[in-house]
Design a protein around this ligand. Sequence first.
Ligand code: PLP
Length: 359
Amino acid sequence: MMSAALRTGTKPLSRAFSSRAVDGFVGAVGNTPLIYLKKWSEKTGCTIVGKGEFQNPGGSVKDRAALGIVQDAEARGLLKPGGTVVEGTAGNTGIGLAHVCRARGYKCVIFMPNTQSQEKIDLLRMLGAEVHPVPAVAYENPANYNHQARDYAANLPNAIWTDQFDNTANANAHYATTGPEIWEQTEGKVDAFICATGTGGTLAGTGKFLKEKSKGKTQIWLADPPGSVLQSYIASGGKLKERSGSSITEGIGQGRITQNLGTLVKDLDGAFTVPDDKSIHMLYDLLDNEGLYLGASSALNVVAAVELAQKLGPGHTVATILCDGAYRYQSRLFSKKWLEAKGLQDAIPDHLKKYAVLD
Ligand SMILES: Cc1ncc(COP(=O)(O)O)c(C=O)c1O
């Protein structure tokens, strides 16, 4: 079956090649490397590893969720050939969905707040998506981009609203792929897993698999940026406070328990909040020491993994997620002016300031 799918024109791929090739974009999602982070492993006496999700074909961890949600809708008969996939998103999920839709022959429609950069809109359009920038209004307002996406899909035949926050096909994709991959790549020796959450799909799906497979031995922790309420929710045993404050990180932080996070939240072992100055310092440090060019959520995850390693003590293995590369954020993260405007110039030690090459 595979070799039939892998034909170039009329010429079938050679046997040796086709047995190693994957089936297009969809086949290239997942099976990312687990990357050993040498400096921080040596400093803590632990093994700290990051799942290299920036190597997914659409460039982020969200390719897994996008594919999982589309495959689930197909399996349930909600999406048929020629159908339309609709999402309200400003970030990586839209990019993942746009790719998956091209690969599967669906139309992709994205609603996003009109405060988003032209680059993001252009990228989605280049990937073939129809983009609707709409006024940036609060979630309570029916004109919010999420509600507009839901309503648009509801009024169109053969269309789905992917609903990434509350559609648990998102977490299930990580339960089926990210969790087993980490288990295999650590040969079952993973003492703890920690990452930040946006929808909660990555943490809940991966965490649930690792908890079950280790018979409860693997600890699962949540990492929170400033302005998110989850750390206090977990520390207080379930009290949800009003959301306030903000962070330079993108794609993470949450004001509620989504359906995806809800599948694991009671079994979490703890949570850390990581301030932006530590995340930005780590972002530059990972570039300098490991040659890794990562987005801010990945850097935050590594800070949290190091703090968890210190808490657990030497000899433990701690895994986290390297969600995406810095390419989508470089005009900010490596700009002196932007760092200054955010009050973060002093977070970067002098020997690392050479990487902030943009004005
Ligand atoms: C860069 C980045 N990091 C982390 C996340 C969080 O992943 P999840 O939605 O699975 O919680 C996202 C989600 O969009 C993201 O774009």
